[in-house]
Design a protein around this ligand. Structure first.
Ligand SMILES: [Zn+2]
Length: 178
């Protein structure tokens, strides 16, 4: 990362462990972070690039895209110190993301069907993830509910990446009746 141009964006605290996270825009394009200032940069896992000039608006929207992606694993970020973006920016990013997630969860509820009703009847607590309207999650019965499995209300299928199980409604009924 030598000779690269860095723009310090802001410092947040990771929700779970309260670890400080310093977010940088590198070479005007990619997001990297550090957990302490003397550390090397780490890729964020967010693969989009900023493909326009650095302005308050373009950086705001780019960082919003990043947090919309990371919020699923890390939860909403907490502000710790300002760089190119400040506390007000982060608060408004988080509230816009929350609003968008709520809208798409509501859209998701409109795809409830016989499969989600069946999951409900088995107390697996199905709910839309908010990623797209056909994507739901439910407690994974193969692990006795230790994690979620993914449900598609478009194809009426389920899949659990941890348990390596997938199938359709019939398969699940067969398993649960054992
Ligand atoms: Zn599982």
């Amino acid at each position: 990362m030598k000779n690269s141009q860095e723009l310090f964006l802001l410092e947040t605290l990771e929700t779970m462990f309260d670890v400080p996270t310093y977010l940088y825009l590198i070479d005007g394009k990619k997001l990297f972070y550090k957990n302490s200032l003397d550390e090397e940069y780490t890729k964020t896992g967010y693969n989009s690039e900023l493909n326009s000039e650095i302005t308050k608006e373009s950086v705001y929207n780019f960082v919003k895209g990043y947090f919309a992606y990371s919020i699923r694993w890390n939860g909403p970020p907490t502000f710790n110190s300002a760089g190119y973006l400040n506390k007000k920016d982060l608060e408004s990013i988080v509230s816009e993301i929350r609003e968008e997630i709520n809208v798409s969860k509501k859209e998701g509820l409109s795809t409830a069907n016989h499969f989600t009703e069946y999951l409900e009847s088995q107390s697996l607590d199905p709910k839309p993830t908010g990623d797209n309207k056909y994507l739901w999650q439910a407690n994974c019965p193969f692990s006795k509910g230790k994690h979620f499995m993914i449900i598609s209300t478009e194809t009426n299928t389920f899949g659990c990446g941890w348990c390596k199980k997938k199938g359709d409604e019939k398969d699940l009924k067969k398993y649960l009746k054992k």
